[in-house]
Ligand binder design. Structure first.
Ligand code: PDD
Length: 278
């Protein structure tokens, strides 16, 4: 597999990263996951803007990002993925610094890595819906930064799989934040409700696209906090994310949603979302 590493296309096996890279030692880096729907990357500009935001908040001096789209297309093509549903993974760490110190030099040359992989749609989940669990959100208070430091997310995700759930939804101080790798939406009557953008959640690109679809389709929506005590009152719940698109939730923390069936607003948004990339 060919990857892009510090400005060059390289065989994956030939990439070498210093053990003093701050990404390795401190998880001191940021990332993006971008969907490739043949033959286009989805919401490229929004992903690059969010990457720049994360870099800026982390005080990482970032490499030149202007020709990234052509790099991504070249990676897709040289890895024979032109006609395959795929994802690109971009990671930028602060670079390496010896000796290991908590404090950092703001001008370190960043370590920049991109890979692509085939990633089919999770059609079964999207069609039939998924069961999700609930856990307390023990993450840091800057979840708006797409940091590679994801230990609470990955441990929750691991527990989810062991319990037969597709995702864990976090709550903090009694209110819903987001999933380990997804945002979450709720429907009550004709109204779509999703937690507001702040430091407790990632500003999801899928979330942004779905809210603009609501605007276009005349679906009323509110960005407001949702208490865990309200969960039993919703007509529909669904997950949003690059890797899950719009995925219905049929059960949350043992509470059945819409009698365990995907609801009509979720279906409508799924279809409209699909139309954008088809
Ligand atoms: N995760 N919230 C969190 C914590 C996420 O990690 C993600 C995405 C989202 C959804 O964002 P978007 O719609 O921009 O994909 C929300 C990526 C896919 C990942 O970590 O693999």
């Amino acid at each position: 597999m060919l990857v892009f590493f510090n400005g060059k296309f390289t065989e994956m096996e030939e990439v070498s990263i210093s053990p003093f890279d701050r990404g390795f030692q401190f998880s001191d880096g940021v990332y993006e996951v971008i969907r490739y729907y043949p033959k286009k990357f989805f919401e490229m500009e929004a992903h690059i803007d969010r990457l720049k935001y994360s870099l800026n908040e982390m005080h990482i001096s970032f490499p030149h990002l202007d020709n990234i789209e052509s790099v991504l297309h070249k990676l897709i093509s040289v890895n024979s993925l032109t006609d395959e549903l795929s994802i690109a993974y971009l990671q930028i760490t602060r670079g390496h610094q010896y000796p290991r110190r908590h404090s950092f030099n703001e001008n370190l040359p960043a370590t920049f890595f991109i890979s692509v992989e085939k990633f089919p749609a999770k059609t079964d989940n999207m069609t039939n819906g998924v069961r999700v669990g609930l856990e307390e959100d023990i993450r840091w208070l800057r979840c708006d930064i797409k940091s590679t430091s994801l230990i609470p997310n990955i441990l929750s995700s691991h527990r989810a799989i062991k319990k037969g759930f597709s995702e864990i939804i976090f709550h903090r101080n009694g209110t819903i934040t987001e999933g380990t790798h997804t945002n979450v939406c709720f429907i009550k009557g004709d109204l779509l409700i999703t937690p507001p953008l702040n430091n407790f959640i990632l500003a999801g690109i899928t979330r942004k696209v779905v809210l603009s679809l609501c605007h276009k389709l005349g679906i009323a929506f509110e960005e407001k906090t949702i208490s865990i005590s309200e969960l039993k009152d919703f007509d529909e719940i669904f997950l949003l994310g690059t890797t899950v698109e719009v995925t219905p939730v049929t059960e949350i923390d043992g509470i059945s949603v819409n009698d365990g069936k995907p609801g009509p607003i979720c279906r409508l948004l799924q279809n409209e979302y699909r139309k954008i990339y088809e």
